[in-house]
Design a protein around this ligand. Sequence first.
Ligand SMILES: O=C(O)C(=O)Cc1ccccc1
Length: 311
Amino acid sequence: MSATRYTYLGPVGTFTEAALHTLPEAATRELVPLASVQAALDAVRAGEAAGAFVPIENSVEGAVTATADELATGAPLMIYREVLLPISFALLVRPGTELADVKRVTSHPVAQPQVRRWLGANLPDAVWEAAASNADGARLVQEGQSDGAFAGEFAAPLYGLEPLVKDIADAQNATTRFVLVGRPGRVASPTGADKTSMVVWLGDNHPGALLELLQEFAVRGVNLMRIESRPTGHGLGNYCFSIDCEGHLTERRVGETLMGLRRICPQIRFLGSYPRADERGSTPRQPGTSDEDFDRAADWLARCLDGRGEG
Ligand SMILES: O=C(O)C(=O)Cc1ccccc1
């Protein structure tokens, strides 16, 4: 086991690698590119690496399903950090290629919806093929298996390619979220601007089941940041919910929410509390939801037992 090794979605030149380098500790780690999210996570599960850095969510396409599903149902892992990276693509080609020569293009599937309109307008007849990552697409172009790769401009020199078109992004401000994942361990102390992730399974299918789940957050003033349904794989209509909320597990309102979910749901997986990467502060606290409010209520309850519950 290497305590200093981080795996990531490779090969070299992915956006994932660029995002990883924004973490200060990356400078002192052995960074190992692997061919898939699964391989990166499995290396952590096997104890061959201390962390895996992988994409999890995109502001245009939504969940990176390979990551979301692995975290929900694979052997347990936890999220320790997140990084947000604005993404714009360059069309990377072999030197000398002109736009008219580009018949086949490639990218990671999550990138395709971000360049779809550009493709329709500029290369309507080109065939798009999936690559294991955007940098792997660049490698496919280098090897002649494709003519153009949508990837970071920074990947071009790594694969002997040139950016034929730069700044391709159907949606302005497209952002991808990446996470550093490790084996389950101690949750880092709260920073004051934290996020908590979990996966929750609903029990029997009855009217209001999802509402009951959401109420656990609402009554404690916990703001949801993301909720996404994912099929459980056990037949049509069977879903679990991948949820991010504001706050840290050590906050009473968050802890009590998770306990509430634990009581009403057949299964819940805590995925970590970690510093949120966006600079926006938490939404204003609802009255009656601070740690002090919870403590005062607990004190009052104890006093009730002694007949001192008034006031
Ligand atoms: O990191 C990469 O290059 C990837 O292939 C994952 C990805 C896909 C789409 C946008 C950002 C990152």
